[in-house]
Design a protein around this ligand. Structure first.
Ligand code: PLP
Length: 380
């Protein structure tokens, strides 16, 4: 038995994407830069990936760059914009709960003379729009904020913050890491007037190793990888056509089933919340109004890793935080102000279209058993 509940780390590739990858590797295997028919077939696959993403984001397809990951997209957005606008202000505003690919990119700029301001969540666990308005000033050249937090599922107040900042600071560049929201929840980059947006394939049933970056018309970026000038010079290197083919199919699947998948995540989330409500000293860290595809909980007295491996022994896979942190104590939960004992025992449970209510019931039983066993052993 395998119950995979770590879908914020990565998802199982959907069958449609697998088939598309195989076809691209075995039939349409040309190099998209080649001038002959095989090259054009491959180029058409990339075009279709851009068209499909553009349909979801409400933008022109030619504004999308295919990258190797959202990590790369975030780096290209932040470092590429800084390099392209050397005479703009020297302040970057971001949040204290971003993914490491944003945090470490801005830290890199901090070593090169930039001033970084982190917006924190308030004690109620939510971000308040006014805090972004207070953090941005005339010297701010970039705001980078995520769409949905990957550890506890908070939906950041971008819908209010972006139009307000746009009005006050028309020259401010606005970047959104949309990895945990893209193709799951509605978002229109044109209506929002976003400048830059990053997304990843493997969180939405596409293979690992492919991401995209949207860059609004008229916004300049300098590349961070140099070479043959693929992707309009923004991302040199032969494109992974087979991964792009898989991404197209995964995006289609998510787009066609968006509402149904959301309802499904809500159902699983509600069941787990319900079960946890009746459990002894197990707390929910995710806000009530968070994204439904994940739930962060703490099993007081049982360190995350111990419970993670206990669940694993039962064939249930969850995470102790963000996959990249590899078990290190979560800086993000710290930023949210959770007490130490909650951070030490936190688990992230994240759902896919394939999880069932039975999965949740089995997880709940295992949590109760694991908590009782380890608390008894340690007297916690
Ligand atoms: N941003 C967020 C919010 C994420 O959750 C992740 C992955 O966990 C990333 C960026 C990085 O994505 P990738 O694995 O495609 O580099």
């Amino acid at each position: 038995m395998e119950i995979y509940l770590d879908n914020c780390a990565t998802t199982r590739v959907c069958d449609e994407a697998v088939q598309a990858c195989i076809k691209a590797m075995t039939l349409d295997y040309g190099n998209p830069s080649s001038l002959h028919k095989k090259g054009m077939e491959a180029e058409e696959i990339l075009r279709e990936t851009r068209r499909t993403a553009a349909g979801i984001l409400g933008c022109d397809a030619n504004l999308l760059t295919i990258t190797g990951s959202a990590t790369e997209s975030n780096n290209l957005a932040i470092l590429g914009a800084a390099a392209a606008y050397p005479r703009a202000g020297k302040t970057i505003v971001t949040t204290s709960v971003e993914h490491a690919s944003v945090t470490n990119a801005v830290r890199h700029l901090a070593e090169n003379g930039y001033n970084i301001r982190f917006v924190n969540p308030r004690s109620d666990g939510n971000f308040h729009p006014q805090d972004f308005l207070d953090a941005v000033d005339e010297d701010t050249f970039l705001l980078s904020m995520m769409m949905v937090n990957n550890e506890i599922g908070t939906i950041l107040p971008w819908q209010t913050v972006i139009p307000a900042l746009r009005k006050k600071y028309p020259k401010l560049l606005i970047h959104m890491d949309a990895v945990q929201g893209f193709a799951k929840y509605p978002l229109n980059v044109k209506r929002l007037d976003l400048d830059l947006l990053s997304l990843s394939g493997h969180k939405i049933y596409a293979p690992k190793g492919v991401g995209m970056l949207y860059c609004k018309k008229g916004i300049r970026l300098k590349p961070i990888v140099f070479g043959g000038g693929q992707e309009n010079g923004l991302r040199s290197g032969t494109q992974a056509v087979q991964l792009a083919a898989g991404l197209t199919e995964a995006m289609r699947l998510c787009q066609q089933n968006r509402a149904a998948f959301e309802t499904h995540y809500q159902m699983l989330n509600a069941r787990l919340r319900d079960k946890i409500a009746g459990m002894d000293r197990i707390f929910i860290n995710s806000p009530e109004n968070g994204a439904p595809h994940l739930l962060n909980i703490s099993v007081i007295g049982v360190p995350s890793e111990i419970m993670l491996h206990f669940l694993e022994s039962k064939g249930i896979f969850v995470s102790s935080g963000s996959a990249c942190s590899k078990g290190a104590k979560s800086e993000v939960l710290k930023a949210y102000g959770f007490p130490e004992e909650r951070i030490r025992s936190a688990l992230r449970i994240s759902f896919s279209k394939d999880n069932t209510l039975e999965d949740i019931d089995l997880l709940s039983e295992a949590l109760i058993e694991g908590a009782a066993r380890f608390r008894r052993m340690t007297g916690a």
